[in-house]
Design a protein around this ligand. Structure first.
Ligand SMILES: NC(=O)c1ccc[n+]([C@@H]2O[C@H](COP(=O)([O-])OP(=O)(O)OC[C@H]3O[C@@H](n4cnc5c(N)ncnc54)[C@H](O)[C@@H]3O)[C@@H](O)[C@H]2O)c1
Length: 255
């Protein structure tokens, strides 16, 4: 990877920032010169990640935050602006993958849990980021959807409902804010080699070789490849791009 972005003087906020794609994106923002707030429910990991970034000379802030709790999200976004003075870019990424379930057997508790983190969490993050970006009259938000926001998959109805919902939130808010200086897009990762996919493989829920064969490019994606798409969507290079759900999936949804 050869990032060519210069985000010096800008501030980024990333949720689910201590693992996988959130971590890769937070690191890429920092390496491109941004001050970065890393929000995650996992206190130990987010604290250690921020120490690594600050030890490497970057400006970074650890925020312990459960995105399903709106008050915690509001506080994390406000703390970012207090610490760094503004908010230019956000990657709303935190999410979970529940176990596969026959639609006739899915419990209401499992349905509510995945909605609360994957959909309500993105709603809350975007809402509180927009409070600041609306006042600034500028900003770029990227919401994490999935190939699951574009197609269905047996056993995954609740998860795919959240990811389709993220695209609806993204498009509507993009229309609302297009003339107010804030661009809002979604990224739709394919199957990406992260701890989430490692856990699915370990539980026998995903076969890596089969997943790789299902991509036109013939391999799983990397977290860094998603980070590059997010940085581009936040950059001036994407100044005329808003309301898009961008597949970064090795060609999976082209089939
Ligand atoms: N890995 C894939 O193949 C893939 C594909 C498409 C979309 N996605 C989506 O990408 C996002 C990131 O996935 P990943 O593969 O990097 O996962 P990951 O499990 O490696 O990382 C997820 C991060 O989110 C954090 N998190 C979980 N619940 C949280 C909560 N309530 N509040 C705050 N933080 C929380 C975790 O602590 C972790 O740091 C998720 O939204 C996921 O649904 C993943």
């Amino acid at each position: 990877m050869n990032p060519t972005y210069d985000f010096t003087g800008q501030v980024a906020f990333v949720t689910g920032a201590s693992s996988g794609m959130g971590l890769a994106t937070a690191r890429a923002f920092a390496e491109a010169g941004a001050a970065v707030a890393l929000a995650d429910i996992d206190e130990n990991t987010v604290t250690a990640t921020v120490k690594d970034l600050t030890d490497a000379g970057h400006r970074a802030l650890a925020l312990v935050c459960d995105v399903s709790d709106e008050d915690q999200v509001a506080a994390a976004v406000d703390r970012t602006v207090e610490a760094f003075g503004r908010l230019d870019m956000a990657y709303n990424n935190a999410g979970i993958m529940p176990p596969p379930t026959d639609a006739a057997d899915e419990s209401a508790e499992q349905f509510d849990r995945v909605q609360n983190i994957n959909l309500r969490g993105i709603w809350a993050s975007m809402k509180h980021e927009l409070r600041h970006m609306r006042d600034q009259g500028s900003g770029a938000i990227v919401n994490c959807s999935s190939l699951g926001g574009l197609v269905g998959n047996p056993g995954r109805a609740a998860y795919h409902a959240t990811k389709h919902g993220v695209i609806g939130l993204t498009k509507s808010a993009a229309l609302e804010y297009g003339s107010r200086g804030v661009r809002i897009n979604a990224v739709c990762p394919g199957t990406i080699a992260t701890p989430m996919v490692d856990a699915m493989a370990a539980k026998g829920e995903l076969d890596r070789d089969q997943a790789a064969a299902g991509q036109a490019i013939g391999r799983l994606g990397t977290a860094e490849e998603i980070a590059q798409a997010v940085l581009w969507l936040c950059s001036p290079g994407a100044s005329y791009v808003t309301g898009v759900a961008l597949p970064v999936d090795g060609g999976y949804t082209a089939q």
